[in-house]
Design a protein around this ligand. Structure first.
Ligand SMILES: Nc1ncnc2c1ncn2[C@@H]1O[C@H](COP(=O)(O)OP(=O)(O)OP(=O)(O)O)[C@@H](O)[C@H]1O
Ligand SMILES: [Mg+2]
Length: 163
């Protein structure tokens, strides 16, 4: 499986990444947004939402487990932070049949079980902030070829690594 790490030195870089991801998503896809508190999960989710013309704009749903948005595709935005680790995604109401027709963006996926392995329809994105404060990166796993091609075009390959 391809893995690519992209530096996110600014909010503009996050917006560009969100645009590339948004353009590559297909109905039924899940995007798993992992990373420490404040690493930029909601910021990237919002950028993906902008690319998909989400209404209303995605926000940090502190006390809301799951929010539904209209857009080019229906969008579900999940924040599982308040669920205990090991929660069953289906029983917790995170997974829903209607999501086959849209995309689901999930913050704190490590609190959930049953989301599926990273692969064609499940995109894993790990956001990290280095000790060199302010320097952020996104490590993407399970992306389709068209997303990787879009990243090459939009962001360039310099500074990214593949394995
Ligand atoms: N690429 C970036 N460059 C600079 N600042 C960023 C970047 N991405 C996010 N930020 C800033 O980091 C802060 C926290 O971001 P955000 O709320 O997206 O994190 P989060 O991972 O969703 O946090 P939480 O774990 O609380 O849900 C915000 O002030 C946001 O503007
Ligand atoms: Mg968040």
């Amino acid at each position: 499986m391809s893995v690519v790490t992209i530096p996110l030195g600014s909010l503009a870089a996050t917006t560009a990444l969100g645009a590339a991801i948004g353009a590559s998503l297909r109905p039924g896809d899940r995007v798993l947004l992992s990373g420490d508190l404040g690493s930029g999960k909601t910021t990237l989710a919002r950028a993906i939402g902008v690319a998909l013309h989400a209404e209303p704009e995605l926000t940090s749903p502190t006390f809301i487990l799951i929010a539904e948005h209209r857009g080019d595709l229906p969008i579900w935005h999940v924040d599982a932070y308040r669920l205990p680790p090991g929660s069953d995604a289906l029983r917790a109401g995170i997974i829903d049949e209607r999501q086959q027709h849209g995309v689901t963006l999930i913050e704190w996926p490590e609190h959930l079980e049953g989301l599926g392995a990273e692969g064609s329809g499940v995109l894993g994105i790990h956001l990290a902030t280095t000790a060199d404060e302010g320097t952020r990166s996104a490590t993407i796993r399970g992306a389709r070829a068209e997303l990787l091609a879009a990243l090459d075009t939009a962001l360039g390959t310099s500074g990214s690594t593949r394995g």
